[in-house]
Every structure is written in structure tokens, then in C-alpha cells.
Write a protein that binds this ligand. Structure first.
Ligand code: NAD
Length: 264
């Protein structure tokens, strides 16, 4: 342990199970001395999140569905009561109807567009606003995004549009909170096998394709994302804000498949 996060307290939102990106981040922060609180969405996931929280000595585990603003308020009231102030938050929340994560983006329904935007994008703004009120000595916030925000990825559809808006929110929030010493960044992770990831049609093909065509020829793990989160949430990245940082084995910089993988 390097103690990079020693004395820092923060909230992890978005652990569903031991494969969640948020869990990879939580373990890394714990290993470096952070004190953690967790939220979970509904009782079924609570049964998985509580034992994980125990493993990292966390006794603040709070239900929160971001579609229910009262439950978001309750989270920050609890943190205020228990800790008074916080130093960081991790927002690793995304959702869209899986029936619309296939086929054409053009066929997205109005209802699912709105729901996807509220859960996967606007919830970060609502959480960030409440978290900033508790970051009285400055702080750092991160959210999770994917490169479908800037380029077309098959089947990612409305999630790509929501992630584009999420990345824009990161820049606006960074500017809003910068004068208070609060930094706001996103990690743009390559495909990881998680519950949310499995909702995207042909996810396995995308996972293998990006692995085989990225400069490092490797997929990204939750521990890899955890390492970058540690950098962004610690003082190592003191002057970094408003960024979307790729953790994708370099796939984002490649414009065509590796020649040996092309059937020509
Ligand atoms: P995951 O299924 O483990 O986590 C998604 C989380 O979102 C779950 O904990 C779920 O409870 C939560 N969530 C969904 N709707 C919610 C709501 N209404 N209220 C509260 N929580 C809600 O999957 P993951 O892949 O770890 O996803 C975490 C984040 O990482 C998401 O934003 C996702 O888009 C992003 N991401 C994932 C990948 C990937 O390949 N898995 C790549 C890049 C970015």
C-alpha cells in the first residue's frame, strides 16, 4: 500500500457484483488507504454488494436508485451525518433497454431515450451537485464512459448518445466546480465483461475485435480501470480536470483493423 488515498473518504456508486468496474476501482482505492461508502440498486443487488463492502471494511452501504431523486438525496444526507465531508465519488452507472441495444439507432423509442439519458447521463450531474456540497476541502469525481460516444459502435446506439452527453457534462461540471478545487473526469474504458456489458448485442464479438486490433492486443480489466481511477482520484492528477481518459489498450487511436486480421 502506498497510502496515496490515506485520509480520503468517498462514495462508490455502481457495484452490481464482483465483476463490476466500480468494484475494481473500490479495491484499488481501498488498497491505497481510502475509506469507502457504497450504494446499491435494489435489494437483490444489495445482497451482493454488502459482502463486497465488508471485504474493504466499509460499513456505509446505502440503497439508491438514481431514477428516484429522494433516494439520491438520502445518500448524501447519510454521508453528511456520518462523515461531514467527502473527498471523492465514483459514478459507474449506466442503463438502457437491451432491446434497443441492437439494430439501428434510428429506431430508439422516445421513452427509452429519456430513461437512458436520465440514468446514464443526468444522474451524474445530480450526484455531482450533491457531492460538491460535501467536498468542502476540494475533491475529485469520476464517471465511466465508452468510445461509442465519439464513433459509431455497432449496437451501442442510444448509449453512445448518452455517453457523448455525459462527456460534455464532465467538461461543464469541471468548469462549475473548478473554483472550489473540485476536479471532474471520465474514464473511457475498453470493453469489459460485466452485467451491463452483456446487455449490448454481440458484446463478445466487440470484446474480441477490440482486443485483437488494439496496439497492446489486450482487453482491459477492472484492475486496469482501478489503476487509472486511483490516479484521477488522488493528488497524482492534481491539475487534471474535464478529461475523458481512455483505458482501452490504445484501441481509440487505431483507424483500421490490423492487417493480419483482415480476410483479404
Ligand atoms: P455493471 O452492470 O457491473 O454496473 C452497472 C451499474 O449501474 C450496476 O451496479 C447497476 O445497479 C447500476 N445502475 C443501473 N441503473 C441504475 C439506477 N437506476 N440507479 C442506480 N444504479 C443503477 O456494469 P459495468 O460495465 O461495471 O458498468 C459501469 C459503468 O461503466 C457504466 O456506466 C458503463 O456504461 C460503463 N462502461 C462499461 C464498459 C464495459 O465494457 N463493461 C465499458 C466502458 C464503460
Amino acid at each position: 500500500m502506498t497510502g496515496l488515498m490515506q485520509g480520503k473518504r468517498g462514495l462508490i456508486m455502481g457495484v452490481a457484483n464482483g465483476n463490476s468496474i466500480a468494484w475494481g476501482i473500490a479495491q484499488m482505492l481501498h488498497d491505497h488507504g481510502a475509506e469507502l461508502a457504497f450504494t446499491y440498486q435494489g435489494d437483490a443487488l444489495g445482497k451482493r454488494v454488502k459482502p463486497l463492502a465488508e471485504k474493504v471494511n466499509s460499513d456505509i452501504v446505502i440503497p439508491c436508485d438514481v431514477e428516484d431523486l429522494e433516494s439520491v438525496d438520502a445518500v448524501f444526507e447519510t454521508l453528511k451525518e456520518q462523515w461531514g465531508k467527502i473527498d471523492f465519488i465514483v459514478h459507474a452507472i449506466g442503463f438502457s433497454d437491451k432491446n434497443e441495444l441492437k439494430g439501428r439507432y434510428a429506431d430508439t423509442s422516445r421513452d427509452n431515450f429519456s430513461r437512458t439519458m436520465v440514468i446514464s447521463c443526468f444522474s451524474f450531474t445530480e450526484v455531482a451537485k450533491r457531492a460538491a456540497d460535501l467536498m468542502t476541502d476540494g475533491g475529485s469525481m469520476i464517471t465511466l464512459t465508452y468510445a461509442g460516444s465519439i464513433r459509431v459502435m455497432p449496437n451501442y446506439n442510444v448509449m453512445g448518445v448518452a455517453k457523448a452527453a455525459l462527456e460534455a457534462s464532465v467538461r461543464y461540471l469541471a468548469n462549475d466546480f473548478g473554483p472550489s478545487g473540485i476536479r471532474v473526469n471520465a474514464i473511457s474504458a475498453g470493453p469489459v465483461r460485466t452485467l451491463a456489458g452483456a446487455g449490448i448485442s454481440d458484446a463478445r464479438m466487440m470484446y474480441n475485435y477490440q482486443r485483437d486490433n488494439s496496439p497492446l492486443r489486450e482487453t482491459c480489466t477492472i484492475e486496469d480501470v482501478g489503476g487509472t481511477a486511483l490516479y484521477l482520484l488522488s493528488d497524482l492528477s492534481k491539475k487534471v480536470t474535464g478529461e475523458s481518459h481512455f483505458v482501452d489498450s490504445g484501441y481509440n487511436c487505431v483507424s483500421m483493423p490490423t492487417l493480419e486480421n483482415l480476410a483479404i
